[in-house]
Design a protein around this ligand. Structure first.
Ligand SMILES: *[C@@H]1O[C@H](CO)[C@@H](O)[C@H](O)[C@H]1NC(C)=O
Ligand SMILES: *[C@@H]1O[C@H](CO)[C@@H](O)[C@H](O)[C@H]1NC(C)=O
Length: 319
């Protein structure tokens, strides 16, 4: 009697185990299916796809005869000539390992604007401007960033690293190049990593995101848009991932969403021994030896940048 019972019990437990395993397999395929990214509807992808726009100004051959170690990609509005000039005279030209390029959209008034004419003249002089025919606006920075990614993957794939950096940033290219050279990496993106970001739901915020546009309650980890550095292989991959990510007007969060599709984690960068953030997103008073141990410092007017650089470029090695 006991034997029969324990035999049945064993069968029962065996069947339970099999059911449990089947349920697990079903659940995991269901979950996988759920999190597998789905391509955007064609109309939605059109807005963000670089193929929608065409070049008004391009520099397709800047990497033909050289493979820059680091491409500095600077998004800038068409009318911000003074900001471009300050970058050219400071960190934009400080190292033979770097190539600096400016990315713009259309000015208000479009191609007939006098700003457009001035931009074309400036481009003839410096051959460092790339422009596509989308409206240049804060909201459209996401489009611009995807254009930058696509441009790099197409026209400068042999560069090792790229940096997306705003024109009002101090960039310590000396430190940055040396630091990147010390450990070559692929699938790498670093900057000031934000891990606990979430959408602002108050409509009058500069960073407002409606629940319709972005239903999730939080953002995946992303690097602050002021300045971030990545290995150039990521440019094409991020560009590819954007087929799956709906356009939102927050450029840096958008890149974070593309990284999530790719399964790439952005890396926070500290300097030893005090674990200071190398990508300083607050504004700091200029101090040569403080700045010598940062990759970027935020928020400088063109005139301030020019002034700081006079001292920094000459004396940073003394720190
Ligand atoms: C890039 O590198 C590959 C392999 O090293 C080489 O074949 C190709 O010519 C290079 N392209 C450019 C544009 O330098
Ligand atoms: C963004 O660019 C597209 C294409 O030029 C344009 O239709 C749209 O109005 C722009 N959006 C904003 C908010 O500037």
């Amino acid at each position: 009697m006991r034997k029969v019972l324990s035999g049945r019990l064993l069968k029962f437990l065996g069947a339970l185990l099999v059911l449990f395993l089947i349920a697990q397999i079903l659940l995991s395929t269901f979950l996988k299916h759920r999190t597998e990214p789905r391509p955007l509807p064609v109309e939605e992808y059109r807005l963000i796809s670089p193929l929608t726009y065409h070049y008004l100004i391009n520099q397709p051959d800047v990497c033909r005869d050289r493979s820059p170690f680091l491409v500095l990609m600077v998004p800038v509005a068409p009318q911000e000539a003074a900001a471009r000039e300050a970058v050219r005279r400071t960190w934009g030209s400080a190292s033979s390992d770097t190539l600096t390029l400016f990315y713009a959209g259309l000015p208000d008034g479009g191609e007939l604007s006098p700003i457009q004419e001035a931009l074309e003249e400036e481009s003839k002089l410096h051959a460092d401007i790339i422009q596509m025919n989308f409206m240049d606006s804060y909201q459209n920075l996401t489009i611009k960033t995807m254009i930058m990614m696509k441009w790099l993957a197409t026209h400068c794939p042999n560069s090792s690293y790229a940096m997306k950096v705003d024109a009002d940033i101090f960039v310590n290219v000396f430190y940055l190049v040396e630091w990147l050279r010390s450990s070559p990496r692929l699938g790498f993106i670093t900057g000031s990593v934000i891990r606990d970001g979430s959408p602002r739901r108050t409509p009058n915020s500069k960073w407002y995101l409606s629940e319709k546009l972005y239903p999730e309650d939080s953002f995946p980890p992303y690097v602050s848009g002021a300045g971030y550095v990545f290995s150039s292989d990521l440019a094409g991959r991020i560009s590819w991932a954007s087929r799956f990510v709906r356009m939102i007007p927050l450029e840096d969060v958008y890149v974070g969403l593309c990284l999530r599709v790719l399964g790439v984690q952005p890396v926070y960068s500290n300097s030893l021994p005090f674990l200071r953030n190398l990508f300083e997103i607050q504004k700091l008073e200029y101090d040569r030896c403080t700045f010598a141990r940062r990759v970027i410092v935020n928020k400088f007017k063109p005139s301030e940048l020019l002034q700081i650089w006079q001292d920094f470029s000459k004396n940073h090695a003394s720190c």
